[in-house]
Design a protein around this ligand. Structure first.
Ligand code: DON
Length: 571
């Protein structure tokens, strides 16, 4: 695309001067824009972890793009303005509903490099080296984000030139960071020095709110993608920079790993709940199946009568979470490499049987909950964005570097963080990953295999039309957050804000404890303690849920989480 057109697009996006939208965006300045937490819109809406990224997406909708265009532009903008999780060096999942009806899932999860092996993080004393699976060069899987974008670009209407340019401009010209972003970068300084061979732009004595972050190397990487497509990342200059970084820092990703990486179109994991159809991600994410198991285990128990955050409802939800996560640890992994018994684990018969030892008066210790299949055989950082348009396309994307800022290694000269997703494998049976999750052979490392994820991009449909588009970061807490958000709306009839903002809780079988976030009612906690439940240290916040609901009048209600700087946009 000509430079002039780039400048014009930048002007349109960042001045908001499209003719129809003067009112909504008057006075919009990319350097001071704080965004909105909630919008009601008629034509389309975008919600993401950063107001500038949501703004980029909605401007693309205004220019005639559909939800896919907006999602791609938002995702690329997040790779610039939200470096903790927005990324080129990571991966994720898309669940979408196309305007003419079909559902779609795209898997752009990272893969283990060809040189990876089953015991690569076990040292010669038998010790599991989580430092190696979590930090620096060796923790990185082969990135999938760029390949994923080129798979769903075929559902977009505009050219990639147009969709990527706002990200290039944000990287080249910079954007102003918030207090929270400054804090994030300041906390990162020691690790940046430890895990980088070339000091990245993020290294600075002290960041403060109002500083401008310019990412020139990243702008050039994005330009190479604009000019050469996926090859601009997986081959040529960017591939050279990645491989040379690996060689300098003891990583194992090769040219061949990059060239051979492929994103995959998959069948979404679909189930019904009281007249709604719920579409989520299949393996290698546990998200869709866990959500299915948890929703079905409460479906016939009249949870709405128990009431939101009643002791009875929290106890029931804790027990179903415990049972689903026990299955996750034993059976779930990349189904291209390991036979995951999805239809048994999600059958009504199995899920009823799974709850047979449920006791509404007492905790079931996790030691008594074994992985459930007996005789039947099988026949803290990620980011989510939700988009909807008036044509009826709905897009739900969760992407991640795994940890906040991934491996904390920036590819020298290319300006983006490498993920540390290898830690999502079970590096040794029974050894917890950074989210405390354990696993075994189903999720053991093999070359080319994808590590098990918890990401749960979700679309809820009624009469085949999208009514909720939702997702969140939060490691293993992701499926339980989506479970609770959906129960809050579908069973407790809560407003969208309440469903997202009210304190959440989480149980994942092991460790056998309930994690709560600030504001969780103390009285419920003490009643549960009397029933035998243990509690982990309370967390400041769990997840950052980004949601769009289609109201009965057809309007889109987009709500961004208050747990971060997240922003909702619409028109
Ligand atoms: O794929 C997964 O399940 C994790 N890598 C997600 C990481 C995450 O959500 C971190 N966010 N707080």
């Amino acid at each position: 695309m000509h430079r002039f057109l780039h400048l014009l697009l930048y002007f349109l996006v960042f001045t908001g001067c499209t003719s129809s939208q003067k009112n909504n965006t008057a006075g919009f300045n990319p350097y001071s824009y704080k965004g909105q937490k909630k919008v009601l819109a008629e034509n389309g809406a975008v919600v993401s972890a950063h107001p500038l990224a949501s703004k980029v997406g909605v401007e693309i909708l205004k220019q005639g793009g559909n939800s896919f265009d907006a999602a791609i532009a938002t995702q690329l903008a997040l790779a610039v303005v939200y470096p903790n999780a927005g990324n080129l060096g990571g991966g994720g999942f898309l669940v979408a509903r196309l305007s003419n009806g079909p559902l779609l899932a795209v898997d752009f999860r990272e893969k283990a490099p060809a040189a990876a092996s089953h015991d690569m993080y076990i040292d010669n004393t038998g010790e599991a080296r989580t430092d190696k699976s979590q930090d620096g060069h060796l923790s990185g899987g082969v990135p999938g984000t760029v390949a994923g974008i080129f798979v769903y670009l075929k559902y977009a209407k505009l050219s990639l030139d147009k969709l990527i340019q706002p990200a290039i401009d944000l990287a080249a010209k910079g954007f102003v960071i918030t207090e929270r972003e400054a804090r994030g970068l300041n906390n990162l300084q020691d690790e940046l020095k430890q895990f980088n061979t070339v000091m990245p732009v993020f290294v600075k004595d002290k960041w403060k709110a109002g500083d401008t972050l310019v990412q020139t190397d990243l702008a050039h990487t994005l330009e190479r993608i604009r000019d050469n497509g996926a090859k601009g990342f997986y081959e040529g200059e960017t591939a050279r920079l990645i491989v040379e970084e690996m060689q300098r820092g003891g990583g194992i990703i090769t040219y061949q790993d990059l060239r051979e990486y492929n994103a995959k179109v998959r069948e979404p994991h679909v189930f019904t709940y009281k007249g709604y159809t719920i579409a989520g991600m299949p393996m290698p994410s546990s998200g869709g199946l866990l959500l299915h198991q948890m929703m079905k285990m409460v479906e016939n128990r009249n949870i709405s009568a128990m009431g939101f955050q009643s002791t009875a409802a929290v106890q029931l939800m804790t027990e179903v979470e415990r049972r689903a996560y026990a299955d996750r640890a034993e059976y779930m992994g990349d189904a291209d490499y390991y036979k995951v018994p999805v239809s048994v684990l999600s059958s009504d018969k199995y899920l009823q049987w799974r709850m047979k030892d449920y006791d509404p008066a007492a905790a079931t210790p996790s030691t008594m909950i074994k992985p459930g299949i007996t005789t039947e055989k099988e026949s803290e950082e990620t980011t989510h964005l939700s988009v909807i348009d008036k044509e009826g396309n709905a897009v739900s994307i969760t992407t991640t570097l795994n940890n906040s800022y991934g491996s904390r290694t920036v590819i020298g000269g290319a300006g983006f963080f490498l993920n540390d997703e290898m830690d999502d494998f079970s590096i040794k049976p029974g050894v917890p990953n950074m989210y405390g999750a354990v696993g075994g052979e189903a999720n053991a490392i093999q070359p080319g295999k994808r590590m098990l994820s918890s990401m749960t991009p979700t679309i809820v449909l009624k009469d085949n039309k999208p009514v909720i588009v939702v997702g969140t970061p939060g490691g293993t807490t992701i499926p339980t957050q989506i479970f609770q958000t959906l129960i809050n709306i579908l069973e407790f009839g809560m407003s969208t804000e309440d469903a997202v903002y009210k304190p959440k809780f989480h149980h994942q079988w092991l460790p056998d404890e309930i994690l709560t976030e600030k504001g969780f009612p103390a009285a419920v906690r003490s009643q549960l303690e009397k029933m035998g439940y243990k509690f982990a240290n309370e967390r400041e916040g769990i997840g950052r849920t980004e949601i769009i609901r289609v109201l009965s009048n057809g309007k889109f209600e987009a709500v961004a989480d208050i747990r971060g700087d997240d922003g909702a946009e619409g028109f």
